[in-house]
Design a protein around this ligand. Sequence first.
Ligand code: ZN
Length: 145
Amino acid sequence: MFRRNRADREFREAQRAGQAVLAMHTELPLPDAPGPVAASAAPAATVVPDFLPPDFRAPSRQDVSGFMMRWDLPLVIDGEVHACHCDAYRNWIVFNMRDDSVWLRCPAGHETEETRLDTAWYNRNSGPVDHFHPTLEDGLHHLGH
Ligand SMILES: [Zn+2]
């Protein structure tokens, strides 16, 4: 399929550039969450010249390195509020990568894999994808980290 080939090529090129292509899920509308941002915020001159505008791309798990979303509330895992080793317990970024792993990033930037969470959990708790980001940093910036 043409689309699949394009996605594969984009992914290889992004990998070659040492960059992650991440999609972002919207989260529950919280007061301090960033609102929708115009598509011009994304792009990608350094990644792929013919990168389609986000509006024309239907996201699928195969197209991206992973998904990410904000999680501003305390994160309860197995009945306990999860805390980072630095004592942060809210304002997380949650990642769900292509290998089904789930990673948590605290406001101080500590990133750890959380093996008690998985893709099924992520899908139950995430909204629709509304942005693609050419780099991890771009996604984090968009999410306020
Ligand atoms: Zn931390």
